[in-house]
Design a protein. Structure first.
Length: 121
């Protein structure tokens, strides 16, 4: 009988799964689902903070996410596998060049550095 080697998930991926055990206090997404349900999945920083307060993730997990952000605000999106780091395929803001997107209350993308919002569709 052969065994398949188990590759553990990176700590950030495990933390993201644990974060989703709490609902999001910003957009009120229910547990188990990402806040951003279109595009790249992710969760609001507010959800990460709630998960840390409830003991689902450690303070170190939260610090690792916050340390990579340009702006620290509840509405900032932490994308899966990204934790605030820019990926080569991320789209930079056309106004300021930052790669740090959040979401407005009406569901549009917003640059959290210069507050440029995507046009309404």
């Amino acid at each position: 009988m052969s065994t398949i080697p188990h590759t553990p998930a990176p700590p950030q991926a495990m933390a993201a799964e644990l974060v989703r055990m709490a609902n999001c206090p910003h957009c009120w997404q229910r547990p188990g689902r990402p806040c951003a349900v279109t595009g790249v999945p992710g969760d609001h920083l507010a959800r990460w903070q709630r998960a840390e307060r409830r003991g689902l993730i450690t303070r170190a997990d939260l610090e690792a996410v916050v340390a990579r952000l340009e702006v620290i605000a509840a509405h900032v999106m932490i994308r899966d596998g990204q934790a605030g780091e820019a990926e080569p395929d991320d789209e930079a803001c056309p106004r300021c060049g930052a790669v740090n997107w959040g979401m407005t209350p009406d569901g549009r993308l917003e640059c959290v550095t210069c507050l440029l919002t995507e046009p309404a569709r």
